[in-house]
Write a protein that binds this ligand. Structure first.
Ligand SMILES: *[C@@H]1O[C@H](CO)[C@@H](O)[C@H](O)[C@H]1NC(C)=O
Ligand SMILES: *[C@@H]1O[C@H](CO)[C@@H](O)[C@H](O)[C@H]1NC(C)=O
Ligand SMILES: *[C@@H]1O[C@H](CO)[C@@H](O)[C@H](O)[C@H]1NC(C)=O
Ligand SMILES: *[C@@H]1O[C@H](CO)[C@@H](O)[C@H](O)[C@H]1NC(C)=O
Ligand SMILES: *[C@@H]1O[C@H](CO)[C@@H](O)[C@H](O)[C@H]1NC(C)=O
Ligand SMILES: *[C@@H]1O[C@H](CO)[C@@H](O)[C@H](O)[C@H]1NC(C)=O
Ligand SMILES: *[C@@H]1O[C@H](CO)[C@@H](O)[C@H](O)[C@H]1NC(C)=O
Length: 332
């Protein structure tokens, strides 16, 4: 029995020591960037000791002192310059408040309580707390980096700024009447040199679908602690779409017209040369004959481009329609 008791006593002592030494009594605390962090000490004053008997102080993981209360009085001598003017102490809860929290403040803090008795300083309590720092990203926003055109589509960029820690994921969501698709872009990250905050963005070279349904696009930013959505970007189909049939007709018409103009120019050059070399020889009416079907168009174009030659050409064309067309040259 005695052996058993002593073993139990020993194991309990070891456990308590392990707890104290390993910092298993570590607490997790969170603070927002530029706000205030609470670094607790969780002192259960079971022996009802007065603060005037105690030495209470906090250290960071590099053993720099944040604050010291020495036998009931603040003792600023040992406080590291980084923490001067940034702390306040709550005597009731024995909590240290660290103001204007920066990203570099994240890490492990130790609160020590010693009792000053006749035999000197006796360690009383040691509590670790792990501080993590957060900054809410701005609401993601979609901007179009280039203007819309039917064929080239639109380059959409979604961005969000000044957050911490690094986000996990950022993506676009495209919603139409009956479908929802996600687009995962490569997240571009940048970190501010001074504050350590992140800004992120993704781009999507979005192309319009052929169908005529409305589409809604928004962007989602996911961090460990939250998910934020951008305002919706609505794409209304371009109205009216250019039908492929009619565009083909127009292209054909343009090509025919080009040929006609080229034909006339050629015809006029040849005629001029013929008149210079062999006066009285017939004009090259055959050239225009080929384009008979487009007479009206040809006349219009001639009107525009070579008004002074219109009459003669028109006559030539006119003659082509008559039985005595081979005599057209005589009219010039
Ligand atoms: C920190 O907060 C103060 C006011 O509380 C504000 O004026 C300042 O711009 C903030 N700094 C940053 C970097 O956000
Ligand atoms: C603690 O001590 C104060 C005076 O120092 C006394 O008023 C109070 O009743 C004590 N509390 C306990 C729980 O002993
Ligand atoms: C950050 O976002 C959370 C959740 O949306 C919110 O509860 C909290 O108040 C925000 N904090 C700051 C400092 O804006
Ligand atoms: C978009 O179009 C507007 C005018 O229509 C123009 O001022 C602007 O520069 C264009 N932006 C881009 C990125 O091309
Ligand atoms: C889209 O815009 C972003 C930001 O302006 C740019 O980095 C990217 O190269 C653009 N992508 C395309 C395909 O134009
Ligand atoms: C969406 O639904 C309509 C009818 O409700 C259908 O005609 C169309 O093909 C559907 N589109 C897709 C992409 O499924
Ligand atoms: C598209 O949106 C516009 C305006 O929001 C609306 O008037 C139109 O009816 C919508 N069309 C379809 C096919 O949903």
């Amino acid at each position: 029995m005695g052996v058993c008791d002593s073993t139990m006593g020993l194991s309990v002592t070891i456990m308590v020591m392990a707890l104290l030494l390993s910092g298993a009594a570590s607490l997790k605390t969170q603070a927002y960037f530029n706000k205030t962090a609470d670094l607790p000490c969780q002192f259960t004053n079971s022996q009802n000791r007065s603060l005037s008997e105690l030495v209470v102080f906090w250290q960071d993981q590099e053993r720099r002192v944040l604050y010291e209360l020495y036998l009931g009085r603040e003792k600023p001598d040992n406080v590291a310059s980084k923490y001067i003017g940034r702390t306040s102490f709550d005597q009731d809860s024995l909590t240290l408040r660290l103001h204007n929290v920066q990203i570099t403040d994240k890490g492990l803090y130790q609160c020590y309580i010693h009792h000053k008795g006749s035999k000197g300083m006796i360690p009383f309590q040691q509590i670790s707390s792990e501080l993590s720092v957060l900054a809410n990203f701005s609401q993601p926003e979609i901007a179009s980096a280039s203007n819309m055109t039917i064929n080239s589509g639109i380059n959409l960029t979604c961005s969000s700024v000044q957050g911490y820690p690094e986000p996990k994921k950022m993506f676009f969501v495209l919603q139409t009447d009956n479908s929802t698709t996600e687009y995962d872009g490569v997240m571009q990250k940048s970190q501010d040199n001074v504050t350590g905050l992140y800004s992120v963005s993704i781009s999507w070279p979005f192309t319009f679908a052929d169908d005529k349904t409305n589409a809604t696009i928004y962007c989602v930013l996911q961090t460990e602690s939250m998910e934020a959505h951008s305002p919706h970007f609505i794409i209304v189909p371009v109205d009216p779409p250019v039908p492929k049939e009619s565009s083909r007709v127009w292209i054909a018409a343009a090509i025919v017209t080009l040929f006609v103009v080229a034909g006339i120019v050629f015809f006029l050059i040849v005629r001029k040369r013929n008149m210079e070399q062999q006066p009285g020889v017939a004009c090259e009416c055959e050239i225009t004959k080929m384009e008979n079907a487009d007479n009206e168009k040809m006349e219009e174009i001639v009107k525009v481009h070579e008004p002074e030659k219109l009459d003669k050409t028109a006559q030539c064309v006119h003659r082509l329609k008559t039985p005595s067309s081979d005599k057209c040259a005589t009219h010039f």
